[in-house]
Design a protein around this ligand. Sequence first.
Ligand SMILES: [Zn+2]
Length: 155
Amino acid sequence: MKKIKPHHNFFMEKAILEARKSSSGEFKIGAIVVYRNKIIGRGTPKDHITLNPVKHAEVVAIQKACKFLKTNLLHGCSIYVTAEPCLMCSSIIFQAKIPIIVFGAKRSLLPLRKRDVSIHDLVHDSGYNPEIVSGILEEKTLKVFNSKFKCCTKK
Ligand SMILES: [Zn+2]
């Protein structure tokens, strides 16, 4: 694990703001793509409202960043995600060659998302060596993620 830098907290706060905007029925996850200290892609999950299973927060943010930079490769970018990316999103992040991946809550801590395979296991198969920073504002990102479940259990 790499050393935590102050700007990681700053951009994770921005990702948390996105997560809070998640539509009802979606997971409370936010993702942003940063290029030269500027946010060029933002995303919340859209898979339920678009009826498209690939529209996770990370994918939405990556698609916007690719459109902004007019490329499918995001070499100079970082991605910040409030929760550890799933297998699909990890693969897409690797395909986009994003060199810095920062996330809040680890999958092992998330309700309904606990899996044995982590992004660290997948990176060995990706063909490149991104910097992965985990646990940024973990408590806060978990609280946002779990807010969906608190609201659902009240019914
Ligand atoms: Zn995903």
